[in-house]
Design a binder for this molecule. Structure first.
Ligand SMILES: [Mn+2]
Length: 454
């Protein structure tokens, strides 16, 4: 964990923004896999981690707003636990590491809260948290505090130097994972074996994945977690994977490369177009620009490129305005990155990514833009344009004659088995513009081809 002062300052800064009452932050409990004592890998709640750094199950904390003081609720393990699992530091010791003033047992939490006039909590994404909350707070129609949510988002959105350093530690491992994937991919190799190699590399370094690996020759399926194919020359492999840092910060990188080690001419054209979409987007990555502008500029670049190839036609501005590009680029340009891979998404995607909740588009494609708001120094985010040829979607739009003034459906017949290409990097918004985070990972056609042949 970071130094205790980090957590003390974070908690004080948060309680200073809240008017009255107490802030209740629930830590995560172990989740059974198939029976109680066989649990899934423990992952602490990211908000609890942010304000305490404590990575143990069954802890909770309450920050008293008027005094700014915090109480950590938890139970020391007993002799039976020690027999099975070994020693664990005491809750008192944990409180010292996190600079927390008071310690109580979990059984006292309900009584402690019963004397408070206002209890602020965050939204719960787990049913066990919801039922625990109902058991300690005597109100059926209990809801989370928007005042608290908004202030947590404001605070967690701006990454400190030590947080950025964590993201870059995650990227050190992730960069190797991606190079390993390129090196071992070839005709006749299974997707599963590559997934094993990249996850194995991270595990060896004591790291876990920040999200389930996407490694597939069906890159047109945006979040494909099935690894049953044997790869063939002529196909493209898409690798969207990232490890966590030692303190659980995420990284999120995508590279797409040819199974044979050589891009075909058409693969090269589409690949370079996606790369250009990313370059155009990066020009917009600076304070004061909204990420929606970057997204739309990237979409326009896609239309211009596809028009040159005879796949689209008409005015690129109009095509983007009407959403015709979304046949090929159906997702958003990126999202915030931090302790969560989609940072703070559990607190509400609109509150994280939009200044005004009401301004989220309902247009297909643009509706999936997770981050739209004006960029601020300290934001860490992903820039991940892509072009996909999704057979189901192409057939559906063609049968509806959708946007036929912009899309040349006849030209799409050759792309039935093309797959998809995405390029994703992680950046930090700085005072001047942006900084690319982490080590270089081969990205140009030449760099990828030469790594794959080495
Ligand atoms: Mn991403």
């Amino acid at each position: 964990m970071f130094d205790e002062s980090t957590y003390i300052i974070r908690r004080r800064a948060l309680s200073d923004q809240i008017n009255e009452g107490v802030i209740l932050l629930l830590g995560n409990m172990p989740v059974p896999m198939n029976y109680l004592s066989n649990t899934l890998r423990f992952r602490q709640d990211s908000n609890f981690l942010y304000y305490s750094g404590l990575d143990h199950p069954n802890l909770n904390m309450v920050i008293d707003v008027p005094s700014g003081e915090t109480t950590l609720f938890g139970d020391d393990i007993d002799i039976d636990d020690i027999v099975w699992e070994g020693e664990r530091i005491t809750v008192k010791k944990m409180s010292e590491l996190a600079g927390i003033e008071h310690v109580e047992k979990n059984s006292f939490l309900s009584q402690f809260l019963s004397t408070k006039n206002k209890i602020h909590t965050l939204p719960n994404y787990r049913e066990d948290q919801r039922s625990f909350l109902r058991s300690i707070i005597n109100s059926q129609n209990f809801s989370s505090s928007k005042e608290l949510v908004v202030n947590v988002i404001k605070q967690r959105s701006i990454k400190s130097k030590e947080e950025v350093a964590e993201i870059e530690l995650a990227l050190d491992v992730t960069a190797e994972m991606h190079k390993i994937a390129m090196k071992y991919t070839r005709h006749g190799v299974t997707e599963q074996s590559i997934v094993g190699k990249i996850e194995g590399y991270a595990l060896e370094k004591g790291r876990r994945m920040a999200y389930p690996v996407i490694f597939t020759v069906n890159g047109e399926i945006l979040h494909n977690n099935v690894y049953t194919n044997t790869m063939e020359s002529g196909q493209l492999a898409l690798n969207d994977s990232g490890s966590e840092s030692p303190l659980y910060y995420a990284s999120d990188i995508t590279r797409t490369f040819p199974v044979s080690g050589y891009f075909s001419d058409i693969q090269k054209q589409i690949y370079n177009l996606v790369h250009d979409m990313q370059k155009v987007a990066l020009d917009f990555c600076k304070p004061g620009t909204s990420y929606k502008e970057a997204h739309l500029a990237s979409a326009k670049k896609a239309v211009e490129g596809l028009t040159e190839m005879g796949i689209m036609s008409g005015s690129p501005d109009d095509a983007v305005k009407e959403g015709a590009h979304a046949l090929f680029f159906p997702h958003g340009l990126g999202h915030m990155l931090g302790l969560d891979v989609h940072d703070m998404e559990g607190l509400g995607e609109d509150l994280v990514g939009y200044h005004d909740e009401a301004n989220r588009s309902d247009q297909f494609g643009l509706a999936y833009l997770r981050l739209s708001k004006e960029l601020v120094p300290g934001f860490a985010l992903t820039v991940e344009p892509g072009i996909y040829f999704i057979p189901h979607l192409m057939n559906k739009w063609k049968s509806e004659n959708k946007h036929s003034n912009f899309i040349n459906y006849n030209a799409l017949e050759d792309f039935e088995n093309f797959g998809g290409i995405r390029i994703e990097d992680n950046i930090l918004i700085t005072d001047e513009g942006y900084r690319m985070l982490g080590p270089h990972i081969p990205k140009t056609v030449d760099d990828i081809e030469s790594l794959m042949q080495s």
